[in-house]
Design a protein around this ligand. Structure first.
Ligand SMILES: NC(=O)c1ccc[n+]([C@@H]2O[C@H](COP(=O)([O-])OP(=O)(O)OC[C@H]3O[C@@H](n4cnc5c(N)ncnc54)[C@H](OP(=O)(O)O)[C@@H]3O)[C@@H](O)[C@H]2O)c1
Length: 256
């Protein structure tokens, strides 16, 4: 595993996404992933799977302190008291006293940004939320958010066909983590001729080249979702090779 350093703290560059993972399959995927060496898990109140994620965490032998766990509050729960009560529910379902990162899942409308982030700040002060972040925020909205809380992360869609140049610049200036969601373009990168060709030189698949390209960027983490052990293992196996500058640029050029 490799790590990104954000505000002096280390975050595992690769995590497990869990959107649409439910029931036993979710519990098993989380347990298997942790057994293989994953140390970062992404869920959300909206996914309806926090209890299964919690059971998977508990079933694994990995200490809670080694795992970077993220959940997210949905916009309909952005009022102060809803943020507090929904996060308390999350902690019960996840069977833990704290989450490493709590995100606003999407920008809201109606509830002032300061109210939602203020509630998250209170949770941070009492210790149930270690870091505060946002998701699907534009650079300007992110800048506004920093007036209300220290923003640790912006989780956005990022993969070879979707560039995020402006946010990437901002991550360096404001020192936050850009977490790439849908990093595999929902499996769409698998057959890409350019990615496959780059992979051949390293004995890696197009999927692995994609994940390597993401985690090799400063302040970027990726959270591919995978169900079975084969995909879980393939996605984790990206830390024993490096892409050259030219190979990185070839992947960047796929979105341009
Ligand atoms: N913040 C947000 O608004 C937001 C939005 C969307 C997603 N997310 C987060 O980001 C995570 C990842 O995004 P995503 O689930 O949309 O898409 P993704 O990770 O790009 O793709 C998941 C799909 O790729 C397949 N896959 C995984 N590994 C593979 C491999 N090695 N080879 C071939 N196919 C592979 C999976 O199949 P199997 O399941 O069969 O393995 C699944 O169908 C989500 O689970 C969620 O945690 C956040």
């Amino acid at each position: 595993m490799e790590y990104q350093t954000i505000k002096g703290e280390k975050v595992p560059s690769l995590g497990l996404g869990t959107y649409r993972l439910t029931g036993d399959a979710c519990e098993r995927a989380v347990e298997h992933a942790l057994g293989m060496g994953y140390r970062h898990v992404d869920t959300a109140q909206m996914y309806g799977n926090e209890a299964e994620v919690g059971r998977g965490l508990e079933a694994s032998d990995v200490d809670r302190g080694e795992i970077f766990l993220t959940t997210k509050v949905w916009p309909s729960d952005f009022a102060h008291d809803r943020v507090v009560s929904k996060t308390s529910e999350s902690l019960k379902k996840l069977r833990t006293d704290y989450v490493d990162l709590l995100l606003m899942h999407w920008p809201g409308d109606g509830v002032p940004l300061g109210e939602t982030l203020g509630a998250m700040r209170e949770l941070h002060e009492e210790g149930s939320v270690l870091h505060i972040g946002v998701s699907n925020f534009s650079p300007s909205l992110l800048e506004e958010a920093t007036e209300h809380a220290e923003i640790f992360c912006n989780q956005v869609q990022y993969h070879p066909y979707r560039s995020q140049d402006e946010l990437l610049d901002q991550t360096q200036k404001l020192d936050y983590l850009l977490t790439a969601y849908t990093p595999l373009s929902r499996g769409g990168v698998q057959g890409d001729a350019t990615l496959k060709e780059i992979g051949e030189a390293h004995g890696k698949t197009a999927t692995q080249v994609t994940l390597r390209w993401l985690v090799q960027q400063e302040k970027v983490s990726a959270i591919p979702k995978a169900t079975g052990e084969e995909h879980l293992a393939e996605n984790l196996d990206v830390f024993d090779f490096e892409l050259s500058e030219e190979e990185m640029d070839r992947v960047f050029s796929l979105s341009r």
